[in-house]
Write a protein that binds this ligand. Structure first.
Ligand SMILES: Cc1cc2nc3c(=O)[nH]c(=O)nc-3n(C[C@H](O)[C@H](O)[C@H](O)COP(=O)(O)OP(=O)(O)OC[C@H]3O[C@@H](n4cnc5c(N)ncnc54)[C@H](O)[C@@H]3O)c2cc1C
Length: 466
């Protein structure tokens, strides 16, 4: 319930991983806090991003696995799926998780207000849409956590039938026979894996030289080889031009150097990135300084106007849920005197296709560009007993460390459960342990995590299994 009479210690605008976590943290600290969300608690992540896509990917992965059950000595007579049910399950998972956030709000005494908020000036929030429209709330502190929107391709109408962003794709119930996905970042790649696994003909187009362009080049290339084998058509170094949306299909020109080819697909999914979402948020007295549309903040996550803070996607890259949460919790701790806020340093990035991709820290190219004196340790899952036993021996672990001190600069994993494994190297970098420490730590046998220690050992040519 909105309380229009008393002054809140904190009003959070946006209920995504930044907003809900910041509000809950303030509640834990015994502060009077409200979180205003115009759609549903959980934000993009729980409703239209991380969580529903992982539900879809689980269905795709399971279907692909059952189809190759004979590898494990198991015969399955008939295997099929119902696309609409897969999509419904994903929506159900989102609903369940969003409900969970609403109950955490109650537990932590966060006033949860469904509505659109605007900041006329520091210390004041106006509800401009929803049941409480017209209410003004007073706040000692305001945290803007309004996130991002999908970047549209200019000139296209996102009708949810022929042309979609991830959002329309998650709401769709009809499986397309063919799809062209523009943009091969994590979102594009995950949808490519999902649709291809279920038998949709997938074309994935990327302007840059590699799919997953932010990842280590060796990893991107390995994923491309795996996707090629899975039947996904990939065009890198390729621009999309001249979009023609018809009644039954979309036609696009693919331009690679001076070569131009036309492709046609039933559906176009655009995954070309995101833009800051500040629609109507900043009133005349709250014109905080922006940088390329994102709210500019200092090391305490405070904007150019005192008392107005921002965290999450709205302060710019990396656009990741765990980074958003870290920023908001850090901002709130700092606001209320619970330790010095910290800006994001090392963080993991994960892509949940099969094989999975996960990384933390510097790529080899970045280490080269920084002119670091580094060594590489690499270990293939083909030499891991656990991976071979699971028939998931695609991929490798690659770790980059200082040639003299053993300081770990970065780790890159492609393979089964890569997204779970990366946490160890994240902790290693955060706690500043060396490559030797990882090598000398006993890892249980047989586990995939042994590959992390073996990659560390490989740095000094001491890996046992290669
Ligand atoms: C398809 C997809 C898959 C993704 N997968 C992953 C993944 O696997 N891992 C990962 O780390 N990240 C993933 N992301 C990114 C992740 O979703 C974002 O980084 C994360 O949600 C950012 O959190 P946030 O709180 O900053 O913003 P958001 O989650 O976007 O939340 C912002 C909220 O603010 C609300 N809002 C906006 N304006 C107002 C207003 N004026 N008043 C009230 N409310 C308002 C919005 O409705 C929204 O709910 C994915 C994104 C997409 C699109």
């Amino acid at each position: 319930m909105a309380d229009t009479t008393t002054e809140y210690d904190l009003i959070v605008i946006g209920g995504g991983p930044a907003g809900y976590a910041g509000a809950i943290r303030a509640g834990q600290l015994g502060k009077k806090v409200a979180c205003i969300e115009m759609e549903r608690a959980g934000g993009t992540c729980l409703n239209w991003g991380c969580i529903p896509t992982k539900a879809l990917l689980k269905s795709a992965e399971l279907y692909a696995k059952i189809k190759k059950a004979d590898v494990y000595g198991i015969s399955v007579k008939e295997v099929g799926f119902d696309f609409a049910t897969i999509m419904e399950r994903s929506r159900g998972v989102s609903g369940q998780m969003a409900k969970g956030i609403e109950s955490l709000f109650r537990k932590n005494k966060v006033d949860y207000i469904v509505g659109k908020a605007s900041v006329p000036a520091a210390g004041m929030v106006e509800i401009v849409e929803g049941d409480k429209k017209g209410a003004f709330l007073k706040a000692k502190n305001i945290l803007i956590a309004t996130g991002c929107k999908m970047r549209p391709i200019p000139g296209l109408t996102y009708d949810g039938v022929r042309v979609m962003t991830s959002r329309e794709a998650l709401a769709n119930r009809k499986q397309p026979k063919s799809i062209v996905i523009v943009g091969a970042g994590a979102i594009g790649v995950e949808f490519a894996y999902f649709f291809n696994s279920l038998g949709t003909q997938v074309t994935l187009v990327e302007m840059l030289p590699n799919i997953l362009p932010v990842e280590d080049e060796e990893v991107s290339k390995a994923l491309q080889r795996s996707f090629d084998k899975q039947g996904i058509k990939i065009h890198v170094n390729t621009k999309c031009e001249n979009f023609r949306v018809g009644k039954d299909s979309v036609k696009i020109d693919l331009v690679e150097g001076d070569k131009k080819t036309e492709i046609e697909a039933e559906v176009l999914l655009s995954a070309i990135g995101v833009v800051a979402n500040l629609d109507g948020v900043l009133g005349r007295g709250a014109q905080v300084e922006l940088d390329r549309g994102y709210v500019k903040v200092n090391n305490r996550y405070e904007s150019s106007i005192k008392g107005i803070y921002a965290a999450g996607d709205i302060i710019g890259p990396p656009w990741l849920a765990h980074v958003a949460t870290y920023e908001a919790v850090s901002a709130v701790n700092g606001m209320f005197g619970h330790g010095e806020p910290k800006r994001v340093g090392n963080f993991p990035g994960c892509t949940y296709c099969q094989p999975q991709v996960a990384s933390t820290g510097l790529t080899e190219r970045a280490a080269k560009e920084k002119k670091l004196d580094y060594k590489v340790g690499k270990f293939p899952f083909l030499a891991s007993g656990k991976a071979v036993a699971a028939a998931e021996s695609d991929g490798f672990v690659k770790v980059i460390s200082d040639a003299k001190t053993g300081e770990i600069y970065g780790a890159h994993i492609i393979g089964g459960d890569a997204t779970e494994l990366i946490a160890e190297y994240g902790l290693a970098i955060e706690t500043e342990i060396t490559i030797e420490d990882v090598h000398k730590t006993i890892h249980a046998h047989p586990t995939l995590s042994e590959a992390l220690a073996e990659a560390a050992a490989a740095t000094s040519n001491e890996a046992i299994h290669i």
